[in-house]
Write a protein that binds this ligand. Structure first.
Ligand code: SF4
Length: 437
């Protein structure tokens, strides 16, 4: 009998891709997705462990979801929080009867059978060989697609829980990635985003990330290639050269910096100095004219002094980021940063966060205002939440509201930017749909 599966996804794009992987694994076993938890035989929550508030949200949501369970149903927690907390999750939310870490997805059919038969089950074993390269993902058809090229992380940033939840880095073989890219193109995608925890450190034993970019760009039907998230010092000359030489690679990089002073970067165990980071920024801008840069920044890291925070603010100005995701440091049990002295009070961290957001907005606003009047190609992604407009994305990752019909999803158009709200632009179509190459 067909079983119905309800799944919710929290966290990063890697989790979105993992949900597609889980749907692929369980779809092959006859599970069908439902959008209604009340209707489901299996409820899964794919979780993030990077910040405490993400975990608290999931705990609250599990409390709500357990109300829908009938005898024999399964409430499962998968992903990074499952890996981090393991069977403790079953103590905190008693009706959770399945816990599976990111390396246990291949075993989900067996684990679900055990849980449905009445025995709570947890699998958080690290399987450093597990790539899931052979497992077809079940994707929503659309013009954009995520393709995982690497799992895990070999860096050990002191604030980060990922090395403990996703294990060591492993890259998919280039041939397998190309096969997957060809498959998403057959399903209608023309823009592909390559995913990895430190995606530009990709190496499959024979090919580096530069080789991968060139190969993905050469796949018939691929018009745009993006990737996230790179690590600053893995932008080797060969990777930057490949970006510049592959016309399909978009002119945008999300380049997490985290802090602006050498001393704080050192406590975070980021493997670069401010100067080295700015050198990467300069090399990218020189090789790829018009490139936009976004970043991640943490404020209130243990021991952060006023001077260190000022250095972060000045780095935002100096690097001229087009956008930044800003976070208050969130202590994660078991990470080295937990033991660094000088944890800041909530009020100091919050005040710094607000000041940082203001600085980021100022820089972005100035840059965005200067873009009004410029011409771009957009890919129409979806309808906008307000009005009858559609939302398109430029190669440089700017979001543009345009007056087009709903049927335009997946089309490429030339636009001229006519205004900005600070982050989103309005645009006027200047040329009809461009043929897909
Ligand atoms: S590079 Fe650092 S922040 Fe990124 S996943 Fe690895 S340990 Fe975490």
């Amino acid at each position: 009998m067909t079983k119905r599966l309800y799944i919710e996804t929290y966290g990063c794009q890697m989790n979105v891709a993992d949900t597609e992987l889980i749907l692929g694994i369980l779809g092959a076993e006859g599970y069908r997705r439902t959008d209604d938890p009340q209707d489901a035989d299996v409820i899964l929550v794919n979780t993030c462990a990077v910040r405490d508030n993400a975990e608290q949200r999931v705990l609250g949501r599990l409390g709500e979801l357990q109300r829908h369970l009938r005898a024999g149903d399964v409430l499962g927690v998968v992903g990074c929080m499952a890996q981090r907390l393991g069977p403790q999750l079953q103590e905190r939310v008693p009706r959770v009867n399945l816990v599976a870490g990111p390396d246990a997805y291949r075993k989900l059919p067996d684990l679900l059978a055990i849980a449905a038969a009445g025995t709570p089950v947890a699998d958080t074993e690290f399987r450093s060989w597990e790539h899931y390269q052979d497992v077809p993902q079940e994707r929503q058809p659309g013009p954009t697609a995520f393709v995982t090229v690497q799992r895990g992380c070999n860096y050990k940033c002191t604030f980060c829980v990922v090395p403990y939840t996703r294990g060591p880095e492993r890259s998919h073989r280039l041939e397998e990635v190309i096969g997957e890219v060809e498959a998403v193109v057959r399903q209608g995608a023309t823009e592909v985003t390559l995913l990895g925890q430190t995606v530009n450190s990709y190496h499959d034993g024979r090919h580096d990330f530069g080789d991968l970019l060139r190969a993905v760009g050469a796949v018939d039907g691929v018009r745009r290639v993006r990737f996230t998230s790179p690590y600053p010092t893995d932008f080797t000359p060969s990777v930057i050269e490949a970006m510049a030489a592959t016309p399909e690679v978009c002119e945008h990089v999300h380049l997490p910096v985290q802090a602006g002073s050498d001393s704080e970067l050192k406590r975070m165990l980021r493997r670069y100095t401010r100067e080295k980071f700015l050198d990467v920024v300069a090399r990218l801008r020189e090789a790829i004219p018009g490139i936009t840069l976004s970043t991640d920044i943490i404020v209130g890291f243990p021991g952060e002094t006023d001077e260190e925070f000022d250095a972060t603010l000045s780095l935002v100005e100096e690097a001229q980021f087009d956008d930044a995701y800003t976070f208050r440091y969130s202590v994660r049990a078991g990470t080295p940063a937990e033991r660094i002295p000088g944890h800041l009070s909530d009020s100091v961290a919050q005040a710094r966060l607000e000041q940082l957001i203001e600085t980021v907005r100022d820089v972005a606003r100035r840059k965005h205002l200067a873009r009004i009047g410029s011409a771009h190609e957009i890919l129409v992604e979806r309808s906008a939440k307000r009005g009858n407009f559609m939302l398109g994305r430029t190669r440089t990752n700017l979001m543009v509201l345009v007056d087009l019909p709903r049927s335009s999803v997946g089309e490429y158009h030339q636009v001229q930017l006519t205004g900005t709200t600070g982050f989103t632009f309005t645009g006027a179509i200047t040329a009809p749909q461009l043929a897909v190459l």
